[in-house]
Design a protein around this ligand. Structure first.
Ligand code: GCV
Length: 714
């Protein structure tokens, strides 16, 4: 081969290897750029000693070796002897760990927690990553590598980290035909057709990524469930996935279609009080556990949006959940029963319906049932007040359901960091047991003394090369996992870690990116649904604005049901003069929100029908404020676009230009939202958009005419 050709090939291969296609997520382990930090690490870390023979222990060891080699640019070898700078990662089966007198701390670490401590053993300076179990060691290893990736000092570490929530779960809304409901990152990563024989490397990398942020469960299938997944053919496939995930500490769960006894069992009924039905579920569950001995349990959407459920037989949600709970109980399984219910036929505010149905059932569920509640009362809107069920069912473990996929938050094209939104809900004070009764304390079980706890995040993962479509959507997967482990973490810390690991430790890049990530949720709310507007998006696919929609078959699917704009004003009166949904909250919360003058601006139109000329805190009228917010949203995202352009030199070309193109789309979509909504609401307010703003350049008719028959995720 001629020299230039060899050179060209070498260049091409190197180019391919270096391509940043986003596949490596936050686990890139590239050589650290800060030479001072690098030298410190290189002298401070000399060898590793690990324990255990399990697959999990082997993964921890490999992760540590690979991570150190990548970050430090040198091989750190396993040793038999402790020397200065040894990293000892293991359980008390390792003599070094047992002799460190970590007893008390280890007792607190429980089954999954870990300790990382820089200490001295036999006169040698070491760093110990200690845990009671191999999975704890793996979590600690990831944590330690994160410290290095983010260039933290390691000479005086003393960390005890224990998950606050037991079951930290992803919910995949993945169908057996590989489409993903509300998925914006391609098709499902589960290749059902090739399973169980073909184990895609992605399954392993998925498990590793989840373990790195502490996620320990995955519901493989859509809550709009297909009973076929419970048949032998599919259970073999599920078992293959479960086997792949197990060493990473991840349990598999399935969605149970309530009518499965009829559809795949040949029974005439699925009535939960029918003994044949009960027996069918027991047998089915026993069969599942034969395939998957550590099967986590079932997630159920029942009597909601057309899904079958116990109410088809005049039974309650508790009857349905308890039947399944009895079937999995002896195997240690749980049932996650969703509270996302509302009915068009019920002549009451949709906001109130889940509470009305579930609160009376408090205390009636079996011990292994968790009621899974969305963060807000309607449906993952850009901003919702916390769900009134949090605080209303002290005798039932309530789990949080967040939506990580951005169904209502810009789908595949908008850069929105969701951690601030998650935190807003977790930190909300329900006052259910006096001041300081936060949603987080209800979810982690500490407020009401529950022994099981869980959090679910509707996954944003697909088979796109970079997993999540938008490069910044990876941050939402990451943030969800980190918060499920520790809901006290600050969104800024999570963003900081994620940016440094995913892109670079360069200070300017980190500072600027972090700033706009932290602002991004409010920016989106401003240009989509300011001041408490909600559910005004396109029909079915939920893409783009459509506040005028009024012709869907169900009143509670129409945007006009939610914003209630008329010549007098806009917003949903949920005070005593309206639906009185506020009565579902503790007095302290309701009292603040029921008064138009004390209700925070961000929730105003959630609870009040407000006159167009109402004076806001800012001194502007409501109409002016609405215009102001929409314009502020667009201006802010344009500013983000400008900031991103300045960051080009700090990162790779691929991801830089992907984000640049997506931001251009986002700016256009923000302008679309602003113009379409203001032109429409103006037909009621009958006032001009204040003059200093650039005026909409298209007509309302134009915006109304737009159609998106193939919008993704629908
Ligand atoms: C899985 C919303 C979504 C549906 C989703 C449903 C749910 O209505 O638009 O796609 O169905 O929530 O959470 O069950």
């Amino acid at each position: 081969m001629k020299k230039p050709l060899i050179l060209l090939l070498t260049f091409l291969i190197a180019g391919t290897l270096l391509a940043e296609d986003g596949y490596r997520l936050w686990l890139r382990y590239d050589l650290l750029s800060d030479k001072t930090v690098l030298n410190k690490y290189r002298t401070g870390i000399t060898a590793i000693v690990t324990s255990g023979n399990s697959a999990t222990a082997a993964i921890a060891k490999e992760e540590l070796q690979n991570g150190l080699q990548g970050l430090l640019g040198k091989k750190i070898l396993p040793a038999n002897k402790i020397t200065d700078g040894t990293i000892v990662a293991g359980t008390p089966t390792l003599k070094v760990i047992s002799s460190l007198s970590l007893g008390n701390h280890l007792a607190k670490a429980g089954k999954e927690g870990f300790i990382i401590i820089s200490t001295v053993f036999n006169g040698k300076k070491i760093i110990a990553i200690a845990a009671n179990t191999d999975i704890g060691v793996l979590y600690g290893t990831f944590y330690f590598l994160r410290l290095l990736q983010t260039q933290q000092a390691i000479d005086k570490i003393n960390i005890l980290s224990v998950p606050k929530i037991q079951n930290r779960i992803l919910n995949h809304w993945d169908n057996l035909n590989r489409t993903v409901e509300r998925g914006y990152a391609g098709f499902s990563i589960w290749d059902w057709h090739k399973l169980p024989d073909y184990i895609d490397q992605r399954y392993i990398d998925y498990a590793r990524a989840n373990a790195s942020i502490g996620i320990n469960g995955t519901v493989l299938t859509n809550v709009n469930a297909n009973a076929l997944v419970l048949t032998k053919t599919y259970l073999e496939k599920v078992a293959a996935l479960a086997n792949t995930f197990r060493p990473y500490g991840i349990k598999v769960y399935l969605t149970a279609r309530f009518s499965a006894p009829i559809e795949i069992g040949g029974l005439k009924t699925a009535d939960p009080l029918n003994t044949e039905v009960q027996q069918w579920w027991k047998n089915k569950t026993n069969e599942i556990y034969q395939y998957i001995p550590d099967f986590g349990g079932f997630l159920v959407k029942a009597n909601s949006e057309g899904q079958p459920g116990p109410q088809n037989y005049g039974r309650s949600h508790a009857d349905g959940a308890n039947m399944l709970a009895d079937a999995v109980a002896s195997h240690g399984g749980i049932v996650m029963w969703r509270a996302f219910v509302y009915s068009n036929e019920t002549p009451d505010d949709r906001f109130k319906q889940a509470y009305n149905e579930f609160k009376p059932l408090d205390g009636q569920f079996r011990k292994n049932v968790l009621v899974q509640v969305k963060n807000g009362p309607i449906d993952f809107q850009p901003r919702e007040p916390f769900h009134p069920l949090f605080g209303a069912m002290p005798n039932t473990p309530l789990m949080m359901e967040f939506q990580v996929t951005q169904e209502y938050l810009g789908q595949g094209t908008n850069l929105v960091y969701l951690s601030t939104m998650f935190k807003e809900v977790l930190d909300a004070d329900t006052y259910s047991k006096g001041k300081g009764s936060t949603v987080a304390q209800i979810v982690d079980g500490s407020l009401d003394g529950h022994t099981i706890s869980a959090m679910a995040g509707v996954a944003n993962i697909g088979n796109d090369r970079n997993w999540t479509g938008h490069p910044f959507a990876q941050a939402n997967w990451y943030a969800y996992g980190r918060l499920a482990w520790d809901h006290d973490l600050a969104s800024s810390q999570i963003a900081d870690e994620w940016i440094r690991q995913t892109f670079t430790n360069e200070k300017i890049f980190v500072d600027i990116t972090k700033r706009f990530m932290l602002a991004s949720h409010q920016i989106l709310v401003n240009y989509m649904t300011p001041l408490g507007l909600n559910h005004i998006m396109g029909n079915g696919h939920h893409y783009g604005p459509s506040p005028w929609s009024a012709n869907l078959p169900r009143a509670d699917w129409n945007p006009v049901y939610y914003h209630r704009a008329d010549s007098a004003g806009i917003g949903f009166d949920r005070t005593t003069t309206g639906s009185n949904a506020l009565a579902q909250y503790a007095n302290e919360v309701a009292d603040r929100w029921k008064n138009v003058n004390t209700c925070p601006d961000e929730y105003l139109l959630w609870f009040h029908h407000v006159g167009w000329n109402h004076k806001m805190r800012s001194g502007r009228t409501l109409w002016e404020e609405l215009c102001y917010k929409y314009y502020e949203g667009v201006d802010s995202i344009k500013a983000v676009q400008g900031q991103w352009d300045k960051l080009e030199k700090f990162i790779d070309k691929e991801r830089f230009s992907q984000v640049k193109m997506l931001l251009a789309i986002q700016v256009n979509e923000a302008i679309w939202w602003r113009n379409a909504c203001l032109l429409y609401f103006q037909t009621f307010a009958k006032m001009p958009v204040p003059g200093k703003h650039e005026q909409p350049d298209k007509t309302l008719e134009y915006y109304k005419s737009l159609r998106f028959p193939f919008a993704p995720g629908n």
